[in-house]
Design a protein around this ligand. Sequence first.
Ligand code: 3H9
Length: 696
Amino acid sequence: MIASHTETFPQGTVAVLTIDNPPVNGIGSGVRMALGKALDEAIENPAISAIVITGAGKFFSCGADIREFNTPMSRQEPSLRAIIEQLEKSPKPVVAAIHGAALGGGLELALGCHHRVAQAKASFGLPEVKLGILPGAGGTQRLPRLIGIKPALDIVAGGDSIDAAKACSLGLVDKVVQSDLVPEACRLALEASVQTDALPRLSRAPISKPVDGEVFDEARKQAARRYRGCVAPLECIACIEKTLTSDLDEGLAFERERFQFLVNGDQSKAQRHIFFAERAALKLPDAKADLITIRKVGVIGAGTMGSGIAMSIANAGIPVVMIERDQAGLDRGWEAINGNYASSMKRGKLSESDMNARLALISRSLDYGALADVDLVVEAAFEDMDVKKEIFSKLDAVCRPDTILASNTSRLDINELAASTSKPSQVIGTHFFSPANVMRLLEVVQGDLTSKEVIATLFAFAKKLGKIPVLVGVCDGFVGNRMVSPYTREGHFLLEEGATPEQVDGALRRFGMAMGPLQMGDMAGLDISWAARKRMAPTRPAHIRYSRVADRICEQGRLGQKTGAGFYRYDAGSRTPIPDPAIDVLIAECAQEAGIERREISEEEIIQRTMYALVNEGARILQEGIAQRASDIDVIYVAGYGFPVFRGGPMFYADTVGLPKVLATIERFHEQHGELWEPAPLLRELAKSGRRFSDL
Ligand code: 3H9
């Protein structure tokens, strides 16, 4: 875990301690013990003049071993704090030689060293805030002493990494070297060993007060915007603020106490659940499949989805050809893409040369013949089975037999589509989320005959695009949209029963959702679900409750934001929903026609009706094998549907509430509201046996 060797120079001998704990050099109890011992030996050995700490493999160290948190292992001595104190107090100079990422506890370890030397490709960050915790091994106290309050606030409360050049300009590292990192670190360590000045110890460094007195308020405002509802960023800021009034020991004690508070809290457990869930989702049942190389992609349709998909492919450096039926459609898509890149450039997020390079990767054509050499086609045409079948039969004729044919459908039957081609094993669903160039989720829909190579290739492709792929099975709406149906259904029922749109959406926003179901409907366009409801109308059982509210809104031409009105109204060019008394009247009329007596609706009922509708459907989806894992459903909801990460997704949330309690409430709803609330058998089974979704 710690490889130790010495390097001898004319000025003396250096002990080089290498953290070697694949895959990310996580600092678990084993590494801590070995490092503590190696440090003791190097400090006590009179033949050693100085010490260098470095990392094996790709990373310096990516921090504490997260899996140890809330287990006895995390309390095993020595603690990371003790190791850092040990190396900071070392009478012999200790230099960190950083060639890759130094994250979290890894960076805190480097901050305990007397000097830091890095290679240009190294990166630095304290991403703890993204796990719902704070840097708990001195990071909040030492970093501001080294680089100042404001930059430290950005790094600690923001959680993003910086590169070596930026780290050097901030004074976080002493020097960036091109090569020979460890020899350079050794030289620096030996130089320090002969100097008469005291070693630079951050525990003794004074703190310089920020010039801008508003800096903490500004950081809190930023945190509220970026991490709405999360407590960790506020605790990070409080710890940094503490440096202004406390010495290092007091500050460390405060940081430790706040770390314990966070690490034992529900939010951090939920955020760590999502961290591991995202990684678990990447693991396919058939890991051995060969990958097909994707050199060029075709996208059918240059509408909002098609253009967004083309951009996300070009952003990954892959050539893409967009196909449309007519020039006007193609031009509109091309304009939208240009406008989008230009606005990123204006905001400083993209350089002009990068924009041009990306645009150059996107070609356009009205001719399917342009797809003869592509390895993958993503069809993003109108959501209609006949339209899609016609496209797929054309693709069948023009594409190579080994080309992967993917449909960006959000709910249609991939098996039916596959059956309309001569190579169903090459057909797969790729459900992107809008805007496709921004949203990270990708539901990869496996048809009955989709080959394992095609699935594995799509996963690798998604990773290249920076997406989080989740494997799902075929059913109406797959995982995400199938669950959204009962969720929105309850939102609409609650309106009829007495709530207002702003009450339903407000309750869910306060719960942590990015937006409530009604505002979400307005944003997505109410016509899509209206069309689906009309399609299903002939087969809808008459005795099942059905809310007419959304249909009536659509019948008035109010199709959401795009028409300036839906459940709310919108001022021209604005996305801010404004409550509309006309809708309150419409809802009251619908309720009266349906014979529903309106009543006071509590916030608790809104949350339970909508959340438990998600959970109950999620349980069915799991039992049917449409999702592989409960945690996959959580990833889909957090990454694609604005579910608060600090609640860990709907299934984790249900575990947190307790499945017997969730079931009891669903049983009550079943009695009150009828068969739509029939408890899912899996939920009953788990609640009865005292298990949780995360035990599956
Ligand atoms: C901390 O340091 C607290 C201290 O302040 C205070 C202590 C008192 N622990 O992501 P990948 C696993 S908190 C355990 O696929 P990549 C990961 O689950 C920590 N496991 O690779 C996966 O396992 P598997 C602060 C970890 O190259 C495997 O490693 N640090 C940890 O795409 C490969 O990971 C962070 O928050 C960990 N710390 O990305 C950094 N990190 O193969 C968190 C990774 O079984 N890590 N694993 O699925 C990351 O952001 C990314 O993993 C990283 C590599 C960028 C490092």
